[in-house]
Design a protein around this ligand. Structure first.
Ligand SMILES: *[C@@H]1O[C@H](CO)[C@@H](O)[C@H](O)[C@H]1NC(C)=O
Ligand SMILES: *[C@@H]1O[C@H](CO)[C@@H](O)[C@H](O)[C@H]1NC(C)=O
Ligand SMILES: *[C@@H]1O[C@H](CO)[C@@H](O)[C@H](O)[C@H]1NC(C)=O
Length: 671
């Protein structure tokens, strides 16, 4: 259910205007006193506006930055935006002195040749890559003639997922200089009605923000605005550097008078399902923990810290065991045991005594955990109405016993037999994350990367909290037969407290006047069916004001979800099936203008054809599609306490040419 792919994105700007070598202006901070307010190295960014429109969890964000070159020679102007890895860029345009260069989404292969040609000519302009935990960074630089101005406009869309009872939207703010007109505007429209809404900035307290930040909600509409004046942006009353540097987070949730909500617009529907107040289903958890030599020291200490806190949260109805693997496998108890106070006490003592040793035998560790869960069920050691979960944590690749990834995957798949989910936690960067992710996805779970940082124990605990409270198992969402086409995933092994199941599709008959959906699942005490009947007239009334936000949001939401799920399925597919999935995902990406790992955005000058473009694309987590090299996440620059965010900002060039180096301009415009 979590988005499990972590693409990065590359942008290259090429230009036919850049016929001859034009020296890139060396970046140098000029004496601040001699410059007008908000001008850095001759470039004034006079406006940055982030406009977010959220309709039924589907967010459409437009980041617009305007700058003018006040120097007496050409300058390079950069535009950086950090956006969530789960978002798709849908548009990017450049406007230089009133001439707009629009973006078009193309199949990656078609754009690749142009990209390679450009790279061979040294024209690569920017790189977008993983930045921090959940972000990727979009960077582009253009050469702007003296006195000219430039407007960057980036649009991206994402479906906000519900975690721990709320939807969260992150914006990373880092203008790097004072900006005359800086503004964040978010409008939220939720047909179910908004139950809470908050907004906060990590770089300043709400008190100090005073009138700069306003937030309000009433009925179906919520609004957040952040508009600091130049003086409010200063890091001190006489400073010329900006205080704005950090996370801006908007959180909200909606009313849930009924467990589900269906919305239909223009023949597309979306069904949100999140029942409240159900008892938690007891669970049996096999914790399969890597204790190989590489875990020694802080990683093992943090893992132990996290396990101790997880033990605090275990409920008496739950069952558990620890399976430790290194070169071989050992377990705390022979079987799963109930989480009674006495057993938990003993478990804590055991966890504290865990030591590191030897090699990494992932295969045997996992198989032992899985067979223990299977056996407990066969031998009726655990309650009939309970669910099983395997949580595996490792920091490296298998190197003893069965160490071929495909073989381990096959063994695990056969052992689990689709009966329960496997969650894989990859600790640090020194491992084959694709392998862990594929294996988890094949077994209805997901993988998470745990970043080596001071808060690794909190990351582990946070992951556990998400899966700690299953309210339903074996969830199946059914619609009337022959009434629906192109349905997104409609079965889920678990519904966890604080999350939400989202299913979308297309109606065969756009004019049908009633719509019914059944959600079935196994609860803690009995089997449940939730029926949602939609009266089309009522629903149309509820959505009446939607146009105030944006038009075909359900169709786009459906396309977003479908592409996301096709890309996920594609990861574990082979041969013809993989080709089919790829073809479907590509078609939809092109049709709906999404920059996905299969497409690139080509920015073309309006007056000519496509051989002088800029390209933006989004390779998958596995590596850079252009170089084929495995990609490792950048070291995490975020302070441990900060949340991953969407960053938006403008700054001086990121890369400075070494002395004497002359580079071609990326996109150059001279009056
Ligand atoms: C991209 O943005 C430009 C500028 O706002 C707009 O004119 C164009 O229609 C957009 N393209 C798409 C496909 O939305
Ligand atoms: C920027 O360009 C636009 C259109 O070319 C023009 O109207 C505007 O005055 C320019 N602004 C500045 C600050 O140069
Ligand atoms: C691929 O798609 C075609 C037509 O869309 C279908 O007939 C075929 O069975 C699919 N093959 C696989 C392996 O899914």
């Amino acid at each position: 259910m979590a988005s499990a792919w972590w693409p990065c994105l590359i942008l290259a700007l090429l230009s036919g205007l850049a016929a001859s070598g034009f020296p890139r202006s060396p970046f140098r901070l000029l004496g601040k006193r001699s410059l007008p307010e908000g001008v850095t190295d001759g470039v004034e960014v006079y406006s940055t506006i982030i406009n977010s429109k959220v309709t039924s969890r589907f967010a459409h964000n437009v980041v617009t930055t305007r700058a003018v070159n006040r120097a007496d020679k050409a300058k390079e102007v950069s535009f950086d935006v950090e956006l969530p890895k789960t978002a798709f860029i849908t548009n990017f345009t450049l406007t230089i002195d009133g001439v707009t260069y629009p973006g078009n989404v193309k199949e990656k292969e078609a754009a690749k040749k142009q990209y390679e040609k450009a790279v061979s000519q040294g024209k690569t302009a920017g790189l977008v890559k993983a930045s921090g935990r959940k972000l990727e960074k979009f960077t582009v630089s253009v050469n702007v003639a003296a006195g000219s101005n430039v407007t960057f406009e980036l649009t991206y869309e994402e479906l906000l997922k519900r975690h721990k009872g709320k939807y969260e939207m992150y914006l990373k703010i880092q203008p790097k200089q004072l900006v005359k007109h800086f503004e964040i505007e978010a409008d939220i429209f939720e047909p179910q009605g908004i139950s809470m809404l908050d907004a906060e900035a990590s770089f300043i307290t709400n008190d100090l923000l005073g009138s700069a930040l306003t937030k309000s909600f009433l009925g179906k509409k919520g609004h957040v605005s952040f508009k600091p004046s130049l003086d409010q942006q200063r890091s001190c009353p006489t400073c010329t550097d900006s205080l704005l540097n950090g996370d801006f987070t908007i959180t909200y949730d909606v009313n849930r008078e009924s467990p589900g909500n269906v919305q239909i617009v223009n023949g597309y529907f979306v069904h949100f399902f999140a029942p409240q107040g159900l008892p938690v289903v007891p669970k049996s958890v096999a914790f399969v923990i890597d204790v190989s030599g590489s875990m020694a020291g802080r990683k093992l200490e943090q893992t132990k810290e996290a396990l101790l806190r997880i033990l605090e949260d275990m409920k008496e109805e739950d069952y558990l065991n620890f399976i430790l693997f290194s070169g071989d496998v050992s377990t705390w108890k022979e079987h799963l045991v109930q989480a009674t106070p006495e057993n938990l006490q003993e478990a804590k003592t055991f966890v504290k005594s865990i030591d590191d040793r030897g090699m990494t035998n992932i295969n045997d560790g996992l198989l032992r955990g899985i067979s223990m869960l299977n056996k407990a069920r066969e031998e009726h050691r655990v309650p009939e109405r309970s669910t099983s979960i395997v949580i595996m944590l490792t920091d490296g690749d298998a190197n003893v016993g069965e160490s071929r990834p495909e073989k381990i995957q096959e063994n695990v798949r056969n052992a689990i037999g689709g009966k329960f989910p496997l969650y894989n936690l990859g600790f640090g960067n020194n491992l084959n994350y694709n392998f862990l992710e594929n294996m988890a996805l094949e077994n209805q779970g997901f993988a998470r990367r745990i970043y080596e940082d001071s808060d690794a124990d909190l990351q582990l605990q946070g992951f556990y909290e998400e899966v700690a409270n299953p309210l339903l198992t074996g969830v199946e969402v059914d619609y009337p037969e022959n009434a629906i086409l192109d349905l997104t995933q409609n079965t889920y092994q678990h519904f966890y407290d604080g999350s939400e199941i989202v299913v979308a599709g297309r109606l065969v008959d756009e004019d049908m006047n009633s719509f019914k959906a059944d959600v079935k699942g196994h609860g803690a005490t009995n089997d449940l069916t939730f029926t949602e009947e939609v009266d089309m007239k009522e629903m149309e009334k509820a959505l009446q004001e939607r146009d105030y936000i944006f038009g075909d949001y359900i169709e786009r939401l459906w396309a977003y979800l479908t592409i996301e799920q096709l890309l996920e399925k594609r990861k574990k597919a082979h041969g013809e099936e993989k080709e089919n999935l790829t073809a479907q995902a590509l078609d939809l990406s092109l049709k709906y203008h999404f920059v996905t790992p299969l497409t690139s955005m080509v920015v073309t000058k309006p007056e000519d054809n496509e051989d002088e473009p800029a390209i933006a694309d989004k390779p998958g987590e596995g590596g850079d599609s252009h170089t084929g090299e495995p990609r490792h996440d950048l070291p995490d620059q975020l302070p441990a306490s900060s949340k991953p965010l969407l960053l938006c900002g403008w700054g001086p060039p990121l890369h400075h040419p070494s002395s004497g180096e002359r580079r071609r301009p990326l996109l150059q415009h001279r009056r």
